[in-house]
Design a protein around this ligand. Structure first.
Ligand code: HAX
Length: 445
C-alpha cells in the first residue's frame, strides 16, 4: 500500500465515528430552514451538504483543509527553481488534511508517473469528434470513455463490502487524475496544433509534464501548477463539485462522476466564464485597434454590455462577497511577470472600473472580480490564445478536489442524494395565496 493510501486509511478509520455520532445522536437537530426565495432561487445558501476538503467563507474566500491560499502556496513543497508548489502535494493535503513533506510528494509524483499512460482508444475518441467541437465536450467524452477501466465498478459487480468502497475509488481517482494532463494536452494538440502530440516525460511532475506536453517553456510549468492548485476546490455547492457529488451518490464511478462535473463546469455562468472574459475583451480590443482604452472608454464598454442585458464575465459570485483570493494569487503573479502585457493592462483597468459600476447598477450582490477575470490573461500571455481551451485547464484543476471529495464520500458512506421538490401550487398554498388542496399531502416516495 502506498504511503498516501495508508495515511488515508488511518484517517478514514479515525473520522468515521464522528459522522456516526452526528447521525445517531444528533440526527434530528435542525441546522437550517428554507425560504421560498431559496427554493426558487437555485438553493442559494441552504446548508445541506458536508465536505471537509475545503470551506468557502463569503468574506475571506476559500480555505483548503483550513489553510488560506497564501498559506497553501507557502507550505507545500516546491520543485527546485520553481515559484509554485507541486500539484501532487495539494492532493495529499486535500485527501489527508496534512501538509506533506518532500519525500511524500515525490512518492506521489512517482505514482502519477506510473499511472499516466492513456489507453489508445482515448485518443481515438478525441479524434472522432467533428471539427469545431468544443474542447470541454471532447474532454468530458474522453473521461467518460474510460469508465470501462473502473476498479470500483468491477469490485461492485463482484460484491464488495461498502466499508471498502473508498479503496477502489482511490485507485480510480489516482488513475484518472494522472491521465488528465495527457488528455487535456492532446485535445489542445488535436484542435490547435494539427494533432501533433508531444509525448509526456515520466520524469516530470504534474505541472511540468503538462507544460512540456503543451510545448511550453518555463515559467509555464509554474503557471500550470498555480492554475491547477487555485482551481482545485471551492467547497461542495458549486455546480461542478455538486454535480460530481450528486452523480457519485448513486455509486456511479469516478469516470462517470467526473465527466458529469466537466459538463457542469462548461456553462458560461461557471467555468466557461474564463473564456468569456477573453472573448468579451477581444471584442473591445478589435474596437480599440490596438490602443489601450482610457478609463472612460472602458466604463462605456462595461455599461454598454450591461445595457444590452448581458453580465460582465469574471465579476460577481454566488457566495463570495469580496475579491476572490484566487484572483489575487493570479494578479500577484501577473504583477510580477505580465505588467507590460497589453491584455493585463485591460484586466487591470477592469479591476478599477467594473466594481463601482456594478455597485451603481445595484443588482450584483458581489461587484468584485472572481477567479475567471484573470486566468485567461495569463494563458494568453504565454501563448495559449485559443480561449475555448481555458475551461479544460479549469477542469483538470477542479478534478483534484472533486476526486478527493468522491473518495471521502464513499469512505463516510454518504447516501444517495435525494432532495424533495414541490409544485408551484404547493408553494402558493404554503404562503397562503391558494386554498389548500388535500391531495397534495402525499406520502414521500
Ligand atoms: N454582471 C452583471 N450582472 C450581474 C453580475 C455581473 N457580473 N453578477 C450578478 N449580476 C446580476 C445577476 O445576473 C442578477 O440579475 P437579475 O436579478 O436580473 O437576475 C443579479 O445581479 C443578482 O445576482 P447575484 O445574486 O449577485 O449573483 P448570482 O448568485 O445569481 O450569480 C454569478 C452568480 C457568478 C453567476 C453571477 O455573478 C454572474 O453571472 N457573473 C458573471 C459570470 C461569471 O463570472 N461566472 C463565474 C463565477 C465564478 C465561477 O463559478 N467560476 O467557475
Amino acid at each position: 500500500m502506498s504511503n498516501l493510501k495508508s495515511i488515508l486509511k488511518d484517517k478514514i478509520h479515525e473520522w468515521r465515528p464522528r459522522t456516526k455520532t452526528l447521525l445517531e445522536d444528533y440526527g434530528n437537530v435542525v441546522v437550517d430552514k428554507v425560504s421560498v426565495n431559496q427554493i426558487i432561487g437555485g438553493m442559494r445558501g441552504i446548508k445541506c451538504l458536508v465536505t471537509d476538503i475545503s470551506y468557502l467563507d463569503p468574506k475571506e474566500g476559500i480555505r483548503y483543509r483550513g489553510y488560506t491560499l497564501p498559506e497553501v502556496f507557502e507550505l507545500l513543497p516546491k520543485p527546485k527553481n520553481s515559484e509554485m508548489p507541486y500539484v501532487e502535494g495539494l492532493l495529499h493535503l486535500l485527501l489527508t488534511g496534512d501538509v506533506p513533506n518532500e519525500s511524500q510528494v515525490l512518492d506521489l509524483v512517482d505514482e502519477f508517473s506510473k499511472r499516466r499512460i492513456l489507453p489508445r482508444y482515448v485518443y481515438e475518441v478525441i479524434d472522432a469528434w467533428p471539427c469545431c467541437s468544443h474542447p470541454m465536450a471532447m474532454f468530458s467524452s474522453a473521461i467518460l470513455a474510460m469508465a470501462r477501466e473502473s476498479f470500483f465498478a468491477k469490485k461492485y459487480k463482484a460484491g464488495i463490502n461498502k466499508m471498502d468502497y473508498w479503496d477502489p475509488m482511490y485507485e480510480d481517482s489516482l488513475n484518472l487524475l494522472a491521465k488528465l494532463p495527457e488528455i487535456g494536452s492532446y485535445i489542445y494538440a488535436k484542435l490547435y496544433r494539427d494533432g501533433k502530440r508531444i509525448v509526456g516525460n515520466p520524469d516530470l511532475d504534474f505541472g511540468a509534464n503538462f507544460a512540456h506536453m503543451m510545448g511550453k517553456q518555463k515559467p509555464y510549468d509554474d503557471v500550470a501548477r498555480m492554475h491547477f492548485i487555485i482551481h482545485a476546490d471551492h467547497e461542495s455547492g458549486n455546480v461542478s463539485a455538486h454535480t460530481a457529488h450528486l452523480v457519485g451518490s448513486s455509486l456511479s464511478d469516478v469516470y462517470l462522476s467526473t465527466s458529469a462535473m466537466i459538463n457542469g463546469l462548461a456553462g458560461p455562468l461557471h467555468g466557461l466564464a474564463n473564456q468569456e472574459v477573453l472573448r468579451w475583451l477581444q471584442d473591445l480590443m478589435d474596437k480599440m485597434g490596438g490602443q489601450i482604452p482610457t478609463e472612460d472608454e472602458m466604463r462605456q464598454y462595461v455599461w454598454d454590455t450591461l445595457h444590452s442585458g448581458q453580465v460582465i464575465p469574471g465579476f460577481g459570485h454566488a457566495v463570495l462577497r469580496k475579491t476572490d483570493p484566487r484572483y489575487m494569487v493570479q494578479r500577484e503573479f501577473s504583477l510580477k511577470h505580465l505588467t507590460e502585457d497589453p491584455i493585463f493592462k485591460y484586466v487591470d483597468l477592469l479591476y478599477k472600473v467594473v466594481p463601482p459600476i456594478l455597485q451603481e447598477q445595484g443588482k450584483a450582490k458581489n461587484p468584485w472580480p472572481n477567479v475567471d477575470a484573470q486566468s485567461g490573461v495569463i494563458q494568453w500571455h504565454y501563448g495559449v490564445t485559443e480561449y475555448d481551451f481555458y475551461t479544460v485547464l479549469f477542469g483538470i484543476g477542479r478534478s483534484i478536489g472533486i476526486l478527493a471529495n468522491l473518495i471521502w464520500d464513499r469512505a463516510l458512506l454518504y447516501p444517495l442524494e435525494r432532495p424533495k421538490s414541490v409544485t408551484t401550487d404547493m408553494l402558493e398554498e404554503m404562503v397562503g395565496i391558494r386554498e389548500k388542496n388535500l391531495t397534495h399531502d402525499m406520502p414521500d416516495e
